[in-house]
Design a protein around this ligand. Structure first.
Ligand SMILES: C[S@@+](CC[C@H](N)C(=O)[O-])C[C@H]1O[C@@H](n2cnc3c(N)ncnc32)[C@H](O)[C@@H]1O
Length: 178
């Protein structure tokens, strides 16, 4: 495995137990702001890339059964599984996502891309998974990703940007459609 990826995995594996205490409020602020701009149907299938401990499941609790949480760090997923016994947690590197083409209405990735050694490779995985008309929600730390950087990333794909903006707290964010 790529050295940087292995370091990221180790970091999240060793800090997994403390993650929710430290980040629930912060991540919820991001979810609130992003999902005020996008309607989510109860039937929508959502793939959450870099889902961590599954904080998004609390926020989108009506969709819980249809959310697939993928993460590289097994301990993060185990923390999620403790809270959400019946939800779907998948240990996978975002460069190798185990989903059928056109299987997701929405792909989300909150505060993950700043960790990725090869973001373009991850975009290549995400695009086929999205249904036509499906939405990608991507946020990344502003200190690493400016609006221009996200625009460049989306420009490599066939997605069209709906909205792109700096979140009130910490991340740059884009909603784009296939
Ligand atoms: C800041 S946390 C965000 C977690 C979650 N999205 C949230 O909103 O709380 C970043 C997560 O990305 C995961 N991650 C980093 N690189 C990854 C990769 N290559 N594939 C899958 N997950 C990755 C980490 O393990 C960590 O759980």
């Amino acid at each position: 495995m790529n050295k940087r990826k292995a370091e990221v995995r180790r970091k999240y594996d060793t800090t997994a137990k403390a993650y929710d205490v430290r980040y629930t409020e912060i991540q919820n602020r991001k979810y609130l702001e992003v999902f005020s701009k996008l309607d989510v149907k109860i039937s929508d299938v959502i793939v959450d890339v870099g889902a961590g401990t599954g904080l998004l499941l609390n926020f989108l609790h009506n969709n819980k059964g249809n959310i697939f949480c993928c993460d590289l760090a097994l301990n993060m997923l185990k923390e999620g599984k403790k809270k959400h016994h019946h939800s779907h947690f998948i240990c996978a590197d975002s460069e190798f996502l185990p989903f059928r083409d056109s299987s997701a209405d929405i792909v989300t990735s909150f505060t993950v891309f700043q960790n990725l050694p090869n973001p373009s490779a991850v975009m290549k995985q995400i695009i086929p998974i999205l249904k036509n008309g499906g939405a990608l929600i991507l946020t990344a730390l502003q200190k690493k990703y400016k609006i221009e950087d996200l625009k460049k990333l989306i420009a490599q794909t066939n997605l069209k940007i709906d909205t792109i903006w700096n979140l009130t707290y910490e991340d740059t964010s884009v909603i784009a459609r296939k």
